[in-house]
Design a protein around this ligand. Structure first.
Ligand code: 13P
Length: 275
């Protein structure tokens, strides 16, 4: 199936109340886990790269590998820039071949977020890529700001985003206390924007029954970063401990790590697809 954008996978997902898993990766093995999961589950997958990898050449360098992996995969794969910080960064990702980008102006005043996201959206569409914006703010700790329905409508109209990240009570990273998800707000957003795929950031640790309900209310993309990267780290630590200081070529040492990442991603892809 190969490289696709949101436009090929979300309209049907939205109609069928399914979501696609979006996994943040920073290296080949993390990406391979997600690709293997897509193939074993026969489901689309989104592989995304944080904006900080674009503070150096890492994000663009990785694109070469990710695009080749997407093209070889027998399922649809989106390669996406996560939380783009500027038009320049969005441009860099598009030039590197990413099929989708996010611009995150959720901490800016509304008008400024709308204006910059609209510019980024035009740029993305000119490159044949898809665009995600964010309204309301999903924070790293307790500072999330819920998405207002009125602002979401105006933002969607003014920016032509292909997917909209909304804030309904999740946060990025591990939770210290259980999150309180505002399902009513999610439902209102979904009813106000019945065609627009919604995105849930902060998937790590969000109770699966909450994720399920949110998917019924229009969430089509669930972002998973912390727990997926942690699976990679914990598996790597376990394999190194097994070696107890002895040498093993890195590719061999990494095989079980990829297996663990693939199992993690497969379990979530299945759940988000309602299987
Ligand atoms: P988590 O780290 O909580 O999974 O959040 C991921 C995310 O939303 C990436 O944009």
């Amino acid at each position: 199936m190969s490289l696709v954008t949101f436009k090929e996978i979300f309209p049907q997902a939205r109609r069928e109340k399914r979501a696609v898993g979006a996994f943040n990766v920073a290296n080949y093995e993390g990406a391979l886990g997600a690709i293997r999961a897509a193939e074993s589950e026969k489901l689309p997958v989104i592989i995304q790269v944080y904006m900080r990898l674009f503070h150096s050449d890492k994000g663009a360098d990785l694109a070469g590998t990710l695009l080749r992996m997407a093209q070889r995969c027998n399922q649809p794969v989106v390669i996406h820039l996560d939380h783009g910080e500027s038009i320049e960064q969005v441009q860099k990702a598009l030039e590197a071949g990413y099929s989708s980008v996010m611009y995150d102006g959720s901490r800016l005043p509304f008008e400024e977020n709308l204006r910059i996201t609209a510019t980024a959206s035009e740029l993305a569409h000119r490159h044949g890529a898809s665009m995600e914006g964010e309204i309301g703010h999903v924070a790293q700790g307790d500072d999330s700001v819920l998405t207002s329905v009125e602002e979401a409508i105006e933002f969607a109209r003014g920016t032509h985003v292909d997917a909209l990240a909304v804030s309904i009570g999740t946060a990025h990273g591990y939770y210290h206390t259980a999150p309180r998800i505002d399902h009513q707000r999610c439902q209102e957003l979904s009813e106000a924007l019945p065609e627009l795929p919604l995105v849930l950031h902060g998937g790590t640790g969000t109770p699966l029954e909450d994720v399920r309900k949110a998917i019924e209310h229009g969430i089509c993309k669930v972002n998973i970063a912390t727990e997926y990267m942690d699976t990679f780290l914990k598996s790597t630590r376990r394999e190194l401990e097994k070696l107890d200081g002895k040498f093993l070529p890195v590719d061999k040492m990494m095989d079980p790590v990829v297996d663990d990442c693939a199992a993690h991603a497969a379990r979530l892809l299945r759940f988000f697809a309602g299987k």
